[in-house]
Design a protein around this ligand. Sequence first.
Ligand code: SAH
Length: 365
Amino acid sequence: MEVAQVLHMNGGDSKSSYANHSLLQRAVISTVKPIVEASIEELCSNLFPECLKIADLGCSSGPNTLLVVSDIINNIQNTFRKLDRPPPSLQAFLNDLPRNDFNTVFRLLPGFYKKLNEEHENKGSYFIAAMPGSYYGRLFPDNSLHFVHSSYALMWISEVPKGLVTEGGEGLNKGNIYIAKTSTPAVFHEYFEQFKRDFTVFLRSRAQELVPGGSMVLTTMGSIKSNDPHCIWEFVGSKLYDMVLDGLIEEEKLDTFNLPYYAPTMDEVKEVIEAEGSFTLQNLEVFRNDWDSYIKQTNSSFDKKSRAAILSTDIRAVGEPILASHFGEETMDDLFRRFEEDVLDHMEKENCQFINLVISLTKKC
Ligand code: SAH
């Protein structure tokens, strides 16, 4: 499976699109806002470029994409006002894999520029561009960026660890699609090694692209222990397993599929940052939310049934392209119907939380 070919969120703005189902990610962006603000303030107090260059890595396609840029622009404006200096012009690069629906974002740009020009004094000095490609490799010229942001993207690793399927074609992680209660230590080891390789390449690439003193705020899904079993993808895997038991999916098909996903612990993140060596870790925070708390926040009157339906559609918007590429589009309705039916019972029995890590880094001078 070539991850870059199959990993993307549901595009467009239809009922099942990521654009209409990214409230969880939006809630995370809003929680991390003060951390981004602090990082930008620090950056703008030390660097005074004529044009500030920023990048949002794994920007996807939908309202969150431009929300991040707009928040960063507001931060920069406020910081320069405090410093009593004229704000710089700004170039923002939106990055995602080439299959991302960039066109939907481009169509929002005229309205976005208009709003910026109404809200801010330095009209016409914002420039937004797309930079398709994998962040597990170089995307920008040497010393060309000042600030890098990424939210809810880095848990997608560059490939499914090769060792999860033997040369003879046997799956190591039988009955699961990610690290789960029944996974062996070998499965955990394969995943962690892949994460280490990927995150190292990520840091090394950004270290070349950022100017000295440039900074990054990265938010990713994390875990408490690497084999923490309560990942939402473990639950999706258990519903696929039910479909195997009902004879709807071949057992071997499930046994040989694994997600290119890894939720690291704080210690694992620190270990890779220290070993790579180009960045100073300014801050590493963890915050947790119940799987459905972002839905309750949006509307506290939603009952259990509606919350299950929303959670199911939201997870589908993220997982459908990659799951359908292996299990077939025709299995998706059944899979997510099962998810919807069982998820709240599961949440009552298990401690089901999203664990989020926020990593603030500065490139060493
Ligand atoms: N930041 C957005 C999107 C999160 S979804 C938000 O908060 O709403 C994660 C995005 O990361 C997806 O669009 C996916 O295509 C992208 N992604 C995953 N792996 C990537 C890679 N290696 N390079 C670039 N983008 C990647």
